[in-house]
Design a protein around this ligand. Structure first.
Ligand code: HEM
Length: 257
């Protein structure tokens, strides 16, 4: 029922109010820049995200619009570059800085994460040495991948705990109620703009008490019910690091990898 409202006129007015250059003009500049980059990389079919996507378009056949459900493939690629650049660079860098800080401040957590990584790498290295197992499991020696997360509950819990404590902003993108509704019993008439306060949600003592400011990855771990003494990662649906619903961060899949 809640929808993000985005009007170009609103963006223009906001930019002029804040005294910054018009966001839409800046986006047009970025588009030109990325178009130049795409043209440059057309000749080189190796390596980068752009050149790989172009190669995939070629492979997928007839014309570029065969890609992405008939949407003009090149135009879509330009848009992806803008998303990656505008929404993906600062957010990712900031989170990695926080992650390094938390790992430095909590050496015991760092050691446990490292132990898990070492254990997975050793297991994969051993599997890669066995040609039959390697062919079956497509093990990649010497590194961890998203597919290993089931074997890394403590690392997952640590990432979740860092995400809980360091949302990219105190608030996320506003929504507008399209019809009368309620949130937590509170009536929200149609047309109301709602601003999700994720900082407060992530530190809500009712859900993360009694000490919600404490860095404690264990709050996302649950003892396995098989009696073996192991534990597994337990996601909490209140941690909205990438936002939620239709507007959930476009880069969620990329970032998790
Ligand atoms: C640690 C990294 C990142 C964090 C914490 C993050 C967080 C967020 C959040 C909180 C939102 C608002 C969602 C909402 O209001 O429900 C958002 C939106 C978005 N993010 Fe990210 N993001 C990250 C990386 C990326 C990357 C790498 C990309 C692009 C490849 C990306 C693309 C987008 C896009 C396109 C939106 C707007 C989605 C929409 O409104 O439809 N993000 N992100």
């Amino acid at each position: 029922m809640l929808k993000f409202e985005c009007h170009c006129t609103y963006v223009r007015r906001l930019c002029s109010f804040l005294g910054v250059r018009n966001l839409l003009d800046a986006t047009a500049d970025l588009k030109r820049l990325f178009r130049e980059e795409i043209d440059l990389q057309e000749a080189d079919a190796e390596g980068s995200y752009i050149s790989r996507t172009l190669a995939e378009m070629e492979r997928s056949g007839e014309d570029v619009s065969a890609c992405w459900n008939k949407v003009d493939g090149i135009k879509r690629l330009e848009e992806q570059m803008i998303e990656l650049f505008a929404a993906g660079t600062d957010t990712t860098a900031t989170f990695l800085e926080w992650a390094l800080l938390y790992m430095s401040a909590h050496p015991e957590t760092q050691r446990r994460v490292q132990d898990e990584i070492d254990w997975v790498v050793a297991r994969k290295t051993a599997a890669a040495a066995d040609p039959a197992a390697a062919a079956e499991e497509e093990e990649e020696e010497g590194s961890v991948a998203l597919s290993d997360r089931g074997d890394m509950p403590y690392t997952e819990a640590t990432i979740e705990e860092m995400s809980r404590l360091t949302p990219e902003g105190a608030i996320i993108v506003p929504r507008m109620a399209l019809a009368d509704t309620r949130i937590g019993g509170q009536p929200i008439p149609a047309g109301t703009v709602v601003v999700p306060f994720v900082w407060g949600m992530n530190r809500d003592p009712e859900h993360f008490g009694p000490d919600p400011d404490l860095f404690d990855p264990e709050r996302f771990l649950q003892v396995d019910g098989d009696g073996g003494g192991g534990y597994r990662f337990k996601k909490h649906d209140r941690v909205l690091f990438f936002g939620t619903g239709e507007r959930e961060g476009g880069g969620t899949g990329w970032i998790k990898q």
